[in-house]
Design a protein around this ligand. Structure first.
Ligand SMILES: Cc1cc2nc3c(=O)[nH]c(=O)nc-3n(C[C@H](O)[C@H](O)[C@H](O)COP(=O)(O)OP(=O)(O)OC[C@H]3O[C@@H](n4cnc5c(N)ncnc54)[C@H](O)[C@@H]3O)c2cc1C
Length: 362
């Protein structure tokens, strides 16, 4: 970008927008963040917040997630208020043969994964009432308090000169002769050299105002949060139909999997079913009481992978929408800032450009 201090508008102050804003302001941009509500409380605030490069993904996506895990450490070194916990993950929510195949494949890719037997699983998590015969353990996995991390990034960006406007809703992107030149908001228009659209579940509808098609959905995910209790878990536990971890305040946060359960029409019953499973997972389960359940909406591009970058034929705009945004936020923010400010394109993001959806357009 040729301007000596380009002005970049970031739409959305979830974890993706906050990371983009911090990396941009660190890179020398003048940054304005526009947030329709309170920062960090939508998808980000309702996340299970597991940081991982776990099973079920092709190798390029594994490599992107591995890099993100490393970038979390770098980010937390630069912004020490980010509450990260590298507690490790114990997982056995796969049939035995798939578990072994996952361990072998990811070990060959360089993941610090190991198969453990029942005795070892119990050593890692002594509170398990019925430890699995076989599990895998990844010591380098962790979690972050996603709201606290978002607020810490925003504060750090503001300390470097970024401006946060909240509540300030963007109504549409402003496009002139093909180029995005700013936004219209509920309190007037703003111009900028570049706009980053990181509005989570609202990304597709805002992109459509500039005739950009982002195929995505926003499925609901229900998690339960218990009342705080004495420390019973050492790390993340991914049991069949039950993912659970213990937060810094002692509360447990759990779902049928990390993305949360489908709340259906009776979310209270879904929450109670998760509580029943949780009580039988742990030796002190009888003492665990439900505090509340939450329902968040996961921004999910149509093929399940991130959609990131500058859409072809639309200079002035970068879009970033993804599931696993808590894992990916540091690398996505860093890559967006570099691409906008220096033109350098992060090779790990090549499979995740928006243009891959163009072929699917009617
Ligand atoms: C139940 C659940 C469990 C999850 N578990 C994990 C997990 O274990 N690990 C993991 O890595 N990821 C997980 N995720 C996914 C992860 O939380 C999301 O990918 C991530 O939070 C997305 O961040 P975001 O900043 O894109 O979206 P959001 O946090 O939703 O932020 C978008 C922001 O844009 C703002 N906005 C919207 N429209 C406008 C507008 N018109 N003008 C201005 N601002 C606007 C919103 O108010 C919001 O603050 C989970 C998500 C859920 C819901």
């Amino acid at each position: 970008m040729s301007s000596p201090q380009p002005h970049v508008i970031v739409i959305g102050a979830g974890i993706i927008g906050a990371s983009a804003a911090w990396h941009l302001v660190r890179g020398g941009a003048r940054v304005t963040i526009l947030e329709a509500g309170a920062p960090g409380v939508l998808a980000t605030g309702h996340s299970w917040a597991w940081i991982n490069a776990s099973w079920g993904n092709p190798e390029p996506y594994f490599r992107l997630r591995r890099r993100a895990m490393a970038e979390w450490r770098a980010l937390a070194a630069a912004v020490p208020e980010i509450p990260l916990e590298w507690s490790g993950g114990l997982l056995w929510d796969l049939p035995a043969e798939k578990l072994a195949a996952y361990a072998a494949e990811h070990a060959s890719w360089g993941y610090d994964i190991r198969l453990v037997d029942r005795a070892e699983a119990l050593r890692i998590e002594p509170a398990l009432a019925a430890p699995p015969e076989r599990a895998v353990h990844v010591a380098s996995e962790g979690a972050v308090d996603p709201l606290a991390a978002t607020l810490a990034l925003l504060r750090a960006a503001q300390a470097l000169g970024a401006e946060l406007m909240a509540p300030r809703a963007v109504l549409s992107l402003k496009r002139v002769a093909g180029r995005v030149v700013g936004v219209r908001t509920d309190a007037g228009s703003l111009t900028a050299d570049h706009v980053v659209l990181a509005a989570g579940a609202a990304t597709a509808s805002l992109a459509a105002t500039a005739d950009i098609h982002v195929p995505m959905s926003a499925p609901a995910g229900l998690l339960v949060i218990t009342r705080p209790c004495a420390r019973i878990l050492n790390g993340l536990v991914m049991a069949p139909e039950l993912h659970v971890r213990q937060r810094a305040d002692g509360s447990l946060i759990a779902g049928t999997d990390f993305g949360g359960a489908d709340p259906g029409t009776e979310p209270q019953r879904v929450a109670e079913a998760i509580m029943t499973a949780l009580r039988s997972l742990l030796t002190s389960g009888a003492e665990i009481a439900l505090d509340r359940y939450t329902v968040g909406y996961r921004p999910l591009p149509a093929d399940g992978f991130p959609a990131i970058g500058q859409p072809a034929g639309c200079p002035g705009l970068t879009i970033a929408v993804t599931h696993s945004g808590v894992t990916l936020a540091p690398i996505l923010g860093q890559a967006m800032a570099e691409e906008i400010l220096t033109g350098r394109v992060e090779p790990l993001l090549a499979p995740y450009r928006l243009d891959r959806f163009a072929a699917a357009l009617p």
